[in-house]
Ligand binder design. Sequence first.
Ligand SMILES: [Mg+2]
Ligand SMILES: [Zn+2]
Length: 182
Amino acid sequence: MVKNKAIILDRDGTLIEDKNYTYKIEDFELLPGVIEGLKLLRNYFLFFIVTNQSGIGRGYYTIQDFHNFNNHLLKILKKEKINILKTYFCPHLREDNCECRKPKIKFIEEIINEFNVDINNSWMIGDHPSDIQFGINAGCKTIFLITGHGDKHLDELEALGIKPTIICDNFIGATEEILKSF
Ligand SMILES: [Mg+2]
Ligand SMILES: [Zn+2]
C-alpha cells in the first residue's frame, strides 16, 4: 500500500498570530500566505495540527474554549477547501511531564499509525524549538518559521543545537521550499 505524506502544523505562530494563549475568536488572525500555501500543498499532503495548549492546564481557558476557537480556524480553512484531518492538542503544563507535549512524539506516532504516513517524507512546520525537536525526534523534515515567536527563538534554537531542515521567513516561503524538494 502506498503511504501518505503529511504536513504536521503547529498552530499558534504558524497558521495564526500567536497572541499568547490565544483562544478568543476576536483575537483570531490568520498569518499571511497560509491559505495560499496550504492550497498549493493540499494535493500532495495530508494536513494535521499538533499544538501545545498549556493555557488549558493553567486554567486560562477551558477545553471547550479551545475547541470553539479551533473549530473557527477549521471552518475558515474548510471554506477554502483546505482540510485538516485531525487536531491534536496537549492541555498539560511542562511540569506535568505528560506524554503528549511536544517535543514528545506520542501524537506523531498516532498520526503515523492511524493515517499510514511515510514520516521520512513528511514535514513538521513550527515557530518554536520544541516543534523542530518534535519533528526530528519523529524522523520527519522540519521547517522553522520566524513568523510567530520564531525570531525570539532563533538564538535559542542555535544555543540548543537544534537544526531544522530549513528556516523560512513565512508560510509561503516554507511552501515553496517543500514544493522544490520533490
Ligand atoms: Mg507556535
Ligand atoms: Zn500533554
